[in-house]
Design a protein around this ligand. Structure first.
Ligand SMILES: [Zn+2]
Length: 77
């Protein structure tokens, strides 16, 4: 099963899982992550890809590993 790296974005009242590069079509897709007061990680897992140009497929949403910036306050060179 194909995995798709998703990053969490906070919207107005709701989370979104954003896939910058779809493994199928290479485009950006956004999937709902539920209400802000909920746990968006419960909505990871198998989702229907939002591709328009190719046949709809299933991929596994996987949380993107935290950026190095998050653990190194002075940034990285
Ligand atoms: Zn796609």
């Amino acid at each position: 099963m194909t995995e798709a790296l998703a990053r969490l974005e906070r919207g107005r009242g709701a989370w979104s899982w954003v896939i910058d590069i779809c493994p199928y079509c290479g485009k950006k897709h956004t999937h709902g992550g539920g209400p802000i007061e909920g746990d968006p990680r419960e909505l990871l897992g198998a989702r229907a890809a939002h591709c328009k140009s190719v046949q709809p497929e299933i991929y596994i949403l996987v949380e993107e590993p935290a950026s190095p910036r998050a653990s190194t306050p002075q940034g990285w060179l």
